[in-house]
Structures are given as structure tokens and as C-alpha cells.
Write a protein that binds this ligand. Structure first.
Ligand code: UDP
Length: 456
């Protein structure tokens, strides 16, 4: 405690640059809260506007500042144009921001940046500041990108499976999908591979995972780079409860139907509900959406399904009315509260890393239905490594059928594997909490990082 107070008195200031999607902002905000709780003065830099207020954490300060991304209000761009424009505009506005901060009362010592913005390191170093990327995805995904960047393998694979150090053999559909790099995925492939383009120059490397979850991999990366594994980045009240009132991430791009969801869940029996969500970006084909809808109905389970407003036109006609006795469809929900609710028995997920880590941390077994990006690799680990879920099978037309969806849900909810999946989920829940609790691996890593920043 004394060390933390000393740090707070030193006014050591650290900047953290977010990347503007829900799945990237959530973990970085949460990580910043933990850093601030170690006595540091933390400024979150965002290009999306959300309430810019000074948050007095228990021991330090957390502020949110907004910088320009150069886009006009409401302007939408395809991935290629977005990535290029974002880099050019934010490099400039970030440089202006850092310059101003350097002449402030608390000049910043380090810039932490979302690993999707490796160019932020160059900006920081121009001002003599060290930089550290924060990887919002797990080591099992980052390491695949690392090897691809170093030229260890190519896609398509030359062998049926890819064997990388400290990793299980990966088939092509276990690889992060952007590596296929065709069509519009080319710029996305560059985006994820470029995370490693200047990694040797980073002062430290941070990652939203925890040591015991990826034991072998963490050791392998740590033998090469100065890493800090600091997750799970989930509000403290769902884990160690040491940060009072830390119940949500504090920033959402969507309006959530909190009361409707919780009242509905309260009315259902324990472990009887399948919670279904595909996160903030994935958009299913209409045919897939219909298969999913009928698969849910066939499972005969209660279900709470998040269908974002833009996607709702793909639901079968009258679906919500026809299934209203068993199901509730909402446009967004308080996912952590839902996963922590006793009525939820399983999570049908697209396997975005936040969703995966939230389910692991709250002990909810999963039906893994990955769509793209890192989700395919996360699904492989959910099923085969952490053994907390089953993965749906995609047919020759690229569709997961209603029959398969029904089988997978039944397997997790009541099948032969159900008990083992639940036992494993409970195990990871305990280990996730331990990691961030006082003296746990992530807590120690954040403490050590804070100490290093002060001395930097
Ligand atoms: N989320 C939420 N309500 C919803 C669906 C998602 O609060 O109805 C949150 C979820 O808790 C997670 C984030 O949105 O923190 C989604 O991140 P993830 O990495 O799982 O997926 P992405 O949206 O990046 O594909």
C-alpha cells in the first residue's frame, strides 16, 4: 500500500491509446483501471467520444481524452480505406496530443497503445517516450501472427496441420481467418501481421490473457520478449471485487435492454437458458440466421439472443412471436450481468476474445460458432485445450445447420460431456479470479509494470 501511495505522489503519468471498436476499447479501459489502482495517473486516449470525465480510482487518477480521427460525422468507410485514413489522421492528432502533454504538470512517461496501431510507437519515440503494445487477443492468436510475420509458414498450409512451438497442431480452419488474405481480407491480414512489424522496438509487450490459461505459450514468448500478461480485463466486481463499484466497462456503443433481460432471466429456472451473441461486428448471412433461429427452437431450451438492430431484418418472419414462450430477442444486453446470472446454462458465442474470456471468467460453458478473425483459433482452444465447449461444424456450403446447432446446444446443456464441461469451466473461473486477485500472476505483473514505469 505504501508503494502505491508513493507512486501516486510521484504523479507518474501514462498514456493509453485505444482502437475504436467495442471489443478493443473494453479491455484497454479495464486494464487502465487496474493500472490506476496501482497509483499511476492514466490518460485513456480515444478517437470515439465517450464521457470525458476524471475518474478518481481508489489510488490514482484515470481520465479519458478525445483526439480526432479525421472522419466526418457519420462517415463510413470500407476496411481498406478506414485502416489507412485512421493511421494517417491519428498519427497526426496523437503527435499533437503528446506534444501538449509534455509541457503539462505531469508529462507522460510511456505510451501504451492497442497493438493494432503499431505506428503509435513511432509517434511516441519521436518525443523520446517509450511505447508498449497492448494485445487485446490471446497469446495463442498473437503467436500465430508472429510466426506468419517472421515467415515461418505460409497460407495455404503445405501440410494438413501447422505445428508451431508450444501450440497444438492447427488445421486450416483453426487459423485466424484473416491470414487467408483474399479479397477484402488483404488489408485486415496486413493489419494483424503488422502488429509485429516493430515489436523488437517496444519497451514491453502486454496481453489480455492470464498465465495459467496459456502456460506453455506464455513461457515461450517470455523467453524472447519482456512480456506482461495482465488479464482477464473484466470489471473487478465479477472477479476479485477489490475495486469497489467496478461493475461494467463504462463505455458502450449500443443501448442495452438491461431491465428487460434481467427480469426475463429472473423468471427462468437455474441453468436453463442458452445465451446467444455474436458480438459487436459479425453479421451472419440470412440463411445462417434462419438456421440458427430454427436450431434454437429445436433445442427446446430457453434462449436469450442478441440480434443487433442492423441484423434484425434477417430473422425469420414472426420468429420472436412464435418463440415468445421460450425465447427473448434483444438488440444488446449487459453481457457480463447475463453471463453471471444463475439462469444461464450455456453461451453460444462467436468466440470474440472478450466474450470468450468473460465466459471463462464466469464459468459458463460454450457452444463455439466462430465467424472470422481470431475467433476460429479461440474456438479451437475452447474445445480442445481448455475443454469448456463444443464447436459447431460447418457444412460444404459454409453453413451450420439447424440440426447441428440443436445437437451442440443439447450436448453442452445436458449431453454426455455436459458435466465435464461444467467442471472445467468452474476450474477456469477460479483460476481467472486468482490471476487478478492480490498476489495473483496478473496482479503481480501489473504491479511490476507500474514500478518499472515509475523508474523509466
Ligand atoms: N457485449 C455486450 N452486450 C452484448 C454483446 C456483447 O456488452 O449484447 C460486449 C461483450 O461483453 C464484450 C464485447 O461486447 O466485452 C464484444 O467483444 P468480443 O471481443 O467478444 O467481440 P467483438 O465485438 O470484438 O467481435
Amino acid at each position: 500500500m505504501e508503494k502505491i501511495e508513493q507512486r501516486a505522489r510521484s504523479g507518474t503519468h501514462i498514456l493509453c491509446l485505444t482502437y475504436p471498436t467495442q471489443g478493443h476499447i473494453n479491455p484497454l479501459i479495464q486494464f487502465c483501471k487496474r493500472l490506476a489502482s496501482k497509483g499511476l495517473r492514466v490518460t485513456i486516449i480515444s478517437t470515439k467520444s465517450f464521457p470525458s470525465k476524471l475518474i478518481q480510482t481508489q489510488n490514482g487518477f484515470l481520465t479519458v481524452e478525445h483526439i480526432s480521427d479525421g472522419f466526418k460525422d457519420g462517415e463510413t468507410l470500407n476496411a481498406d480505406s478506414f485502416i489507412i485514413r485512421y493511421k494517417v489522421s491519428v498519427s497526426k492528432s496523437l503527435a499533437e496530443f503528446i506534444e501538449k502533454q509534455l509541457s503539462s504538470e505531469f508529462p507522460p512517461k510511456v505510451l501504451i497503445y492497442d497493438s493494432l496501431a503499431p505506428w503509435a510507437l513511432d509517434v511516441a519515440r519521436r518525443f523520446g517516450i517509450d511505447g508498449a503494445p497492448f494485445f487485446t487477443q490471446p497469446w495463442c492468436v498473437n503467436v500465430v501472427y508472429y510466426h506468419f510475420c517472421k515467415g515461418t509458414f505460409k497460407v495455404p498450409l503445405e501440410e494438413p496441420t501447422l505445428k508451431l512451438p508450444s501450440m497444438p497442431p492447427l488445421r486450416v480452419n483453426d487459423l485466424p481467418s484473416f491470414l487467408e488474405g483474399n479479397g477484402s481480407f488483404l488489408s485486415l491480414r496486413d493489419l494483424v501481421v503488422d502488429q509485429f512489424s516493430n515489436i523488437e522496438e517496444a519497451k514491453w509487450i502486454l496481453c489480455n490473457s492470464f498465465d495459467k490459461l496459456e502456460d506453455e505459450l506464455v513461457k515461450w514468448v517470455a523467453s524472447k520478449y519482456p512480456i506482461f500478461t495482465t488479464g482477464p480485463t473484466i470489471p473487478s466486481m465479477y472477479l476479485d471485487k477489490r475495486m469497489e463499484n467496478d461493475k461494467d466497462y463504462g463505455m458502450s456503443f449500443f443501448n442495452q435492454n438491461t431491465d428487460t433481460c434481467i427480469t426475463w432471466l429472473d423468471s427462468r429456472e437455474t441453468s436453463s437458458v442458452v445465451y446467444v451473441s455474436f458480438g459487436s461486428i459479425a453479421a451472419l448471412e440470412k440463411e445462417q440466421m434462419e438456421e440458427l433461429a430454427w436450431g434454437l427452437k429445436r433445442s427446446n431450451c430457453n434462449f436469450l439472443w442478441v440480434v443487433r438492430e442492423k441484423e434484425s431484418g434477417k430473422l425469420p418472419e414472426n420468429f420472436s412471436d412464435e418463440t415468445s414462450a421460450k425465447g427473448l430477442v434483444v438488440s444488446w444486453c449487459p453481457q457480463l450481468e447475463v453471463l453471471a446470472h444463475k439462469s444461464v446454462g450455456c453461451f453460444m458465442t462467436h468466440c470474440g476474445w472478450n466474450s470468450t474470456l468473460e465466459a471463462l471468467s464466469l464459468g459458463v460453458p460454450m457452444v463455439a460458432m466462430p465467424q472470422f478473425s481470431d475467433q476460429t483459433t479461440n474456438a479451437k482452444f475452447i474445445e480442445d485445450v481448455w475443454k469448456v465447449g463444443v464447436r459447431v461444424r460447418v457444412n460444404e456450403k459454409g453453413i451450420v445447420t439447424r440440426e447441428d446447432i440443436e445437437v451442440c446446444i443439447r450436448e453442452v446443456m445436458e449431453g454426455e460431456k455436459s458435466e465435464e464441461l461444467r467442471k472445467n469451466s468452474e476450474k477456469w473461473k477460479k483460476l481467472a479470479k486468482e490471476a487478478v486477485d492480490e498476489g495473483g500472476s496478473s496482479d503481480r505483473n501489473i504491479e511490476e509494470l507500474a514500478a518499472k514505469v515509475v523508474c523509466n
